[in-house]
Ligand binder design. Structure first.
Ligand SMILES: Nc1ncnc2c1ncn2[C@@H]1O[C@H](COP(=O)(O)OP(=O)(O)OP(=O)(O)O)[C@@H](O)[C@H]1O
Ligand SMILES: [Mg+2]
Length: 266
């Protein structure tokens, strides 16, 4: 696997960011799992009925992996990502991040986890409308530990927005707002990156650029989980976890193995 060599470095980085994580369930060894879900289900009560978004999902993801969660609308992709990001809690099952259970964790631990370990690109961007592109990205860096205008600027340059630094979200196109959201997540340096449909608003050329960037972050040792319903995008992943009606129906490398993003077409 192309990211394997970098995993040692990634584990060191992850140790820093996640602090003195316990070892329960993590185990030593060369491919320690950063993310582990065991028999996770999530259901919601709506209008007296029950909606089941995820059923009995078990999953292990190692550092340095670029994993795509693939599935049609309503299959549970965002629910799964929200659970990994501790924005939601499972109805049953356990979620362990770097050896530490996050289901049932204290508010203080969850706050620390969200700030220091995980970065989110939301399906609906969630930019602050009264902050410029640069200020939005700086804010992301600040939450994760340090306001740094130069780093924020570089992150925006990386996503192709060098000439939109001082625009407010309302002055940006959907695809540009999406790229600000991606820059805001990348600038934190947190070891786990969760991206919900990060290329949804992007044209093909920009989408390929962003996927390449996410691949570089995985190759540098971050754990990158990308949600999409686009089967072509999934070809660029190390591994594709396919959901259908809230269940994992396939989990493995894409057919033919990971493809260079420059060869994708959508
Ligand atoms: N807060 C909630 N309350 C009730 N039902 C919910 C809630 N969140 C999600 N669901 C339901 O759970 C199912 C999975 O939703 P989810 O948002 O995870 O799908 P998705 O795969 O991300 O879809 P999309 O590709 O459209 O974003 C859907 O049927 C949805 O209606
Ligand atoms: Mg979704």
């Amino acid at each position: 696997m192309r990211n394997q060599k970098l995993r040692g470095a990634a584990r060191a980085q992850e140790g820093d960011a996640l602090g003195e994580a316990g070892t329960a369930g993590a185990g030593p060894g060369p491919h320690r799992d950063v993310i582990a879900l065991d028999s996770v289900s999530r259901s919601y009560t709506v209008g007296g009925g029950t909606v089941t978004a995820l059923t009995d999902v078990s999953l292990r993801i190692a550092s340095g992996e670029l994993v795509v969660i693939l599935g049609p609308s309503g299959s549970g992709k965002s629910t799964l990502l929200n659970l990994i990001g501790a924005l939601d809690v499972p109805t049953s099952g356990t979620i362990t991040i770097a050896g530490r259970r996050i289901d049932g964790a204290s508010r203080a631990d969850l706050f620390r986890y969200r700030r220091e370990s995980v970065s989110f690109v939301f399906q609906t961007f969630n930019l602050f409308p009264t902050l410029t592109a640069l200020e939005n990205v700086e804010f992301g860096a600040e939450v994760a530990g340090g306001r740094d205008r130069d780093r924020a600027r570089r992150a925006l340059v990386d996503v192709g927005l060098a000439d939109r630094l001082h625009h407010f979200p309302g002055q940006l196109s959907g695809g540009e707002q999406q790229r600000v959201a991606i820059a805001r997540a990348l600038v934190t340096g947190n070891p786990i990156l969760l991206a919900d449909e990060p290329t949804g608003e992007l044209d093909f050329h920009t989408g390929v650029q962003i996927l390449g960037l996410l691949g570089e972050h995985a190759a540098a040792g971050r754990t990158v989980v990308v949600v999409t319903h686009n089967r072509e995008i999934a070809r660029a992943a190390d591994r594709v976890v396919e959901l259908s009606s809230g269940r994992v129906v396939a989990d493995g490398p894409p057919p033919g193995g990971p493809t260079d993003v420059r060869e994708l077409r959508w």
